[in-house]
Design a protein around this ligand. Structure first.
Ligand code: PLP
Length: 439
């Protein structure tokens, strides 16, 4: 989102009453921005390969039905990792052939449903593969079936998101003693196992390391196909994980940087012999979302100014619990939604939750915020407001998509309404009030 587009959207959101006494925090997503990121992704791959590529959006990054429908209209599929995510993708109208099911803990019922629908399934481990063996033996499936491989190429700067460490919980390992031989054998024994999948990590992974993971899986596919004497592995799912720059407006690295590296280091992957699947999430959406919140109070403690806002752990969970790994930029606006001017004053931007660590930013130099001002937490379009955290029974915020008409006016469409207090009570067992009495 450019600064100008964001400024206009914030002003319009305030003018059009999206921030109110009842809803003092809300979220915006930039429809044109999302479209341009999808176009950049598609163009980056089209520039390096003629092979068919399914770009499956990682639903966990923005589990919102209208967003999935928009991405599908732009030519994308969906990567899902739970029954809920699968239901969202289906509710968005995605056909089975554009959905890929990953997840480390699929039940037999989930596997049966996916194989029945013809959704691509990536087996995570040997026990899961044995379950799939039984299901495939019981009846044919239209689902492409793959095996998730942990190439064990190492982690990135954020341990919690590094999935290719030697001991990661994901996939079957490749470099442990005897592991490679076991993978090759398993594929040769199962002619229907036609895909390999790898996802080396998300934010914090260097492109070179992601590429090493893809190279390892490509070489494995070549070995399996040579041993099979045919092109058994016909598709390689390279996962997602392109990191996002949270420090400025720049979209770096670009999808084209990644595909250029793939072309340099893994040219055989792109020569048309393999279909491709990608599973990007954060890099498609992060830059296109903004959380807006009213400053309820401006106070000071130990000479530190503190702006107490309505945006905290419920919309920015990772940042609040792990601020060093997930710093967010904050922009300051006045009560009219105009950019706030003034000298930078170090202050804390606090959230509404009842623990001291509920801070979006600490000692951040911004124009001194006052009660009634508005703050914007930038680059929050993926894994932030879309993945609500219910601490303190704070409601899920509304989400509004915006676009600019030919007249330059910003128009909003409701993507998700805010959670009501009544629904919080209902979800907290409101209908079971007496369930524990008299026991
Ligand atoms: C298997 C898989 N694919 C894709 C993704 C999306 O990663 P990102 O949002 O970093 O692109 C994830 C993220 O956890 C994942 O686990």
């Amino acid at each position: 989102m450019t600064v100008d587009r964001r400024d206009r959207a914030v002003r319009a959101a305030v003018e059009q009453g999206l921030l109110t006494e009842d809803q003092p925090v809300t979220a915006l997503i930039d429809v044109a921005g999302i479209r341009s990121s999808v176009a950049a992704l598609r163009a980056a791959f089209a520039a390096v390969t003629d092979a068919p590529v399914l770009h499956a959006f990682a639903v966990k990054a923005a589990p919102l039905v209208p967003v999935l429908a928009l991405l599908h209209a732009e030519g994308m599929g969906a990567e899902v990792a739970s029954p809920g995510e699968l239901a969202l993708a289906r509710a968005a109208g995605l056909p089975a052939g554009s959905i890929v099911l990953d997840s480390p803990a699929k039940t037999v019922a989930e596997l049966r449903e996916a194989l029945g629908l013809g959704i691509a399934v990536n087996a995570d481990n040997w026990q899961e593969l044995a379950r799939i063996d039984e299901l495939v033996a019981a009846g044919p499936t239209a689902s492409p079936v793959g095996l998730r491989v942990n190439a064990q190429v190492g982690g990135g700067t954020i341990g919690a998101l590094s999935t290719a460490t030697p001991t990661s919980k994901f996939g079957v390992t490749l470099r442990d003693e005897g592991a490679r031989e076991r993978v090759v054998r398993a594929c040769l024994e199962r002619p229907w196992l036609t895909r390999l999948h790898t996802h080396s990590g998300s934010q914090g992974m260097a492109l070179t390391r992601m590429t090493e993971g893809v190279l390892a899986v490509y070489e494995l596919a070549e070995e399996i196909n040579a041993a099979a004497g045919r092109r058994q592995i016909d598709t390689i799912d390279v996962g997602g994980g392109l990191p996002v720059n949270f420090a400025s407006e720049e979209h770096t690295p670009a999808f084209a940087d990644y595909t250029a590296l793939l072309r340099e280091r893994v040219p055989g992957l792109l020569d048309g012999r393999y279909g491709l699947v990608t599973e990007f999430g954060r890099s498609l959406l992060a830059k296109h979302g903004t959380v807006l919140a009213r400053v309820e109070y401006a106070k000071s403690a130990g000479s530190r100014p503190i702006a107490v806002t309505h945006a905290g752990v419920q919309v920015a969970t990772r940042t609040v619990y792990d601020p060093l790994s997930w710093p967010l930029r904050i922009a300051a606006y006045d009560a009219e939604g105009l950019p706030k001017a003034g000298p930078g004053v170090e202050q804390d931007i606090a959230g509404p939750a009842c623990f001291a660590g509920d801070l979006l930013a600490e000692k951040r130099a911004l124009p001194l915020l006052e009660s009634g001002d508005v703050i914007a937490a930038l680059d929050t379009g993926a894994y932030y407001f879309s993945s609500h955290y219910g601490y303190n029974s704070l409601p899920r915020t509304a989400v509004h998509g915006f676009s600019t008409g030919a007249d330059g006016e910003v128009r909003f469409a409701t993507v998700r309404t805010a959670q009501t207090v009544e629904s919080i009570v209902a979800e907290a067992g409101g209908a079971e009030r007496d369930a524990l009495l008299g026991r």
